[in-house]
Design a protein around this ligand. Sequence first.
Ligand code: PGA
Length: 241
Amino acid sequence: MKVIIAKDYEEMSDKAFDVMAEVVKNNPKAVLGLATGSTPVGLYKRMIQDHEKNGTSYKNVSTVNLDEYAGLDYSSDQSYVYFMRTNLFDHIDIDLKNTNIENGKAADRAAECERYNKLLETMKQDIQVLGIGSNGHIAFNEPGTPFGSVTHIVDLTESTIKDNSRMFRNVDEVPRQAFTMGLKNIMNAKKILILANGANKARAVYGLVRGDVTEAVPASVLQLHPDCTLVCDEAAAALIK
Ligand code: PGA
């Protein structure tokens, strides 16, 4: 795993953008695997600025997102589809038809997982952006998720519900279930770009880089990926320096 330690969030976002820009420059038809959460917002801002200033085009790019809350869709400003529109897609020239995410409102959840897995089989990510949970999760693959997992429905852990409650009016509004790509779908990406900032991620980053490869720390599976780059700030890197 390549590790890049940046001094702060802004520098982390700059370095992440360099990796992303290279992929899009080399392949205007790239499949971008994207993530939500606070961590990649700075990366998305830089993609928007670059699009506006330098005309980098996303017209032929397609995207697959990691996960979505069960029960939420674009009509909810907490949904991940809403997040992606407002933080990136509405500000670049991407065709929304080429953007993909699980349908949180699907009536038949098992069928929705199957649909998404079939889609992912036809769309190998040229790059997959990831954040990391304080408990070592990637996407919503919580500790104990099998490395061979594909898109599935998960019960969110108390720690994730608490971490994510800051985005909601109160903790009771956080959905208890989500759709998520599995670890196998993530590992299938040609390149992985995982980002982490803040002291609350330091333990998870230790597990990602230095810990045992174990299903107890889902991110540790990335040690087995042939092209994985971690970009983190000093605070998140505290235990690996
Ligand atoms: P965050 O979430 O970027 O909001 O910290 C990361 C994650 O839980 O994967």
